[in-house]
Design a protein around this ligand. Structure first.
Ligand code: GDP
Ligand code: MG
Length: 256
């Protein structure tokens, strides 16, 4: 697959605007943002990240958008990798892993649709800083003490719950929100990872991988905003995720 890298070197720091965290900077953090036709959400997403993290790296993986996604992101000074053709969210995340600078310790995965508030990230990074047994920190959109918000419609919520149950029973992954798009992962843990999932099933594979490597995953409760722009995930993707969960039953990562 041919790639074009536009704008800003990966190591080039963003503006120093963080408001929280006891860390002096997030230069060892890279924010990976898969984006397909998100020209309206991507600017808000990056602006909020810049106002929250201290000098992180950014890598937008543009799935060959037909709108101005790539131009908007490049115009904001972040690195953009453009796939030659749309390859799916999983493909985008796998591609990002091939372009992580040596200086990075933690990878933030988030969506380009402005659904995931960035304010949780400094604390999520800190949790990884403080405990080497933690491999991944996830944003849980469905905390028990929080009513289902308008941003999460019932079918979507029920679908997530059913898949989470299947993931728990069949793969032993006991997460409340295993398919969240907001997560921070220890890069050392992912260096050898060769994901096979091309689409939205990547999250099941990632959860399974982290657990199989003997690391803990922590979930923190988060609020979740209505997305900006058109949703890419549909009912058919639920079937792809279910298929991945079934396939993971037969995957012994230690033997790979
Ligand atoms: N690079 C790339 N990004 C994608 C592709 N499909 C979806 N995305 C992005 O992946 C993220 C998750 O998609 P979204 O529709 O928000 O799914 P949901 O949040 O799981 O409901 C968004 O930022 C999308 O723009 C793709 O084929 N390629
Ligand atoms: Mg989303």
């Amino acid at each position: 697959m041919r790639l074009s890298i536009s704008q800003a070197a990966l190591e080039e720091p963003g503006p120093d605007l963080a408001r929280t965290s006891t860390r002096t900077n997030h230069r060892d953090v890279i924010v990976v943002i898969p984006a397909y036709n998100e020209e309206f959400g991507i600017a808000l997403t990056i602006t909020e990240l810049e106002n929250t993290l201290l000098s992180p790296n950014y890598l937008v993986i543009d799935g060959c958008s037909t709108d101005g996604t790539s131009q908007v992101a490049s115009g904001m000074g972040v690195s953009v990798l453009t796939e030659e053709e749309r390859g799916g969210k999983g493909n985008a995340m796998a591609l990002a892993l091939q372009h992580i600078p040596d200086s990075v310790n933690y990878i933030v995965f988030t969506d380009a649709d402005y659904t995931y508030p960035a304010k949780y990230l400094p604390d999520m990074v800190k949790l990884l800083d403080e405990d080497p047994s933690v491999g991944m920190v996830d944003g849980n959109r469905f905390p028990e003490d929080q009513q289902t918000t308008e941003s999460i419609n019932t079918v979507f919520h029920l679908g997530n719950k059913c898949l989470a149950l299947a993931h728990r029973i069949m793969n032993g992954v006991k997460l409340k929100d295993p398919f969240t798009g907001l997560r921070v992962v220890r890069w050392a843990l992912l260096k050898e990872w060769k994901p096979v999932s091309k689409g939205f099933d990547i999250e099941a594979e990632l959860n399974h991988y982290v657990q199989s490597k003997g690391y803990r995953t922590i979930e923190i409760p988060i609020e979740y905003r209505p997305r900006i722009g058109d949703k890419k995930l549909g009912v058919k993707h639920g079937l792809t995720i279910m298929k991945r969960i079934i396939l993971l039953c037969f995957t012994n990562i230690e033997q790979e």
